[in-house]
Design a protein around this ligand. Structure first.
Ligand SMILES: O=C(O)[C@H](O)[C@@H](O)[C@H](O)[C@H](O)COP(=O)(O)O
Length: 237
């Protein structure tokens, strides 16, 4: 596990973008699971602005680690956020984009996406393997859309399951721990003071750290890099 702490979230965006460009510099197609929420916005903007013309996007397949069960043009959609901040600014073939169909019935979509990962991704130990899984962390310690109150979903045998946001009741389709921890590389992108408490508990194994899904991100075969800004890392000093 590598811990990279930067003064600002702008620097996190720059450093992650350079890491992404390094991974993208491959002759092979690479398979990337994107995170949602708001943290990726500044990262995708930076990636598109500074490396949009440098990266051969035809060699990159984009998937999502989780998606809200809403239409693709809904303001809540992780796909829409990604279109607005990245996909609309780069030359990437439509066939390289594998969105979760948030408009579908959730259980059926979880089955469809599980099968899609089985079909599209290379396997390690018979489990689909991403080259990179990009993750965020909620201020409650959730990651992808696996929340502390349903942490058992992390160990589900399926590739994808339906989860429910504990506050809003919003349904989500999310990959499970077997997929996250089978990746060649996992990048946690966590910024802002609101995340500092949970970051500290996880890194120092304090209080309820074991109840946070983010604590279960421990890739078996690949590298785990935490990209933090000072605000999120304030409890580590
Ligand atoms: O669909 C989602 O919301 C995300 O995938 C989720 O896991 C996100 O990464 C965290 O909730 C952090 O969200 P912020 O970046 O908005 O703090």
């Amino acid at each position: 596990m590598k811990l990279k702490i930067y003064d600002t979230k702008e620097q996190v965006a720059k450093e992650f973008s350079e890491y992404f460009r390094y991974l993208a510099n491959s002759d092979q197609t690479i398979h990337v699971a994107l995170s949602g929420g708001s943290t990726p916005k500044i990262i995708f903007d930076y990636l598109a602005t500074h490396f949009g013309n440098e990266i051969d996007w035809s060699k990159i397949n984009f998937y999502w680690g989780d998606e809200r069960c809403v239409a693709p043009d809904d303001s809540e959609s992780n796909y829409k956020m990604t279109v607005d901040h990245l996909l609309s600014k780069i030359e990437i073939p439509e066939e390289n984009i594998f969105r979760v169909l948030g408009e579908n019935e959730p259980k059926a979509e979880a089955v469809r996406y599980s099968q899609l990962l089985d079909t599209e991704l290379p396997k390690l130990n018979d489990i689909p393997q991403f080259d990179l899984v990009m993750l965020g962390m909620g201020d409650d310690g959730h990651t992808v859309s696996i929340f502390p109150d349903s942490i058992k979903l992390w160990d589900d045998k399926e590739n994808c399951v339906v989860a429910v946001h504990p506050d809003s009741g919003q349904k989500r389709v999310t990959i499970t721990g077997k997929i996250v921890n089978n990746a060649k590389a996992v990048a946690f992108l966590v910024t802002g003071a609101g995340k500092a408490e949970k970051v500290q508990e996880i890194f120092k194994k304090e209080k309820d750290f074991a109840s946070y899904p983010a604590n279960l991100v421990q890739p078996k075969h690949g590298e785990l890099i935490w990209f933090l800004d000072q605000d999120a890392a304030s409890g580590l000093n």
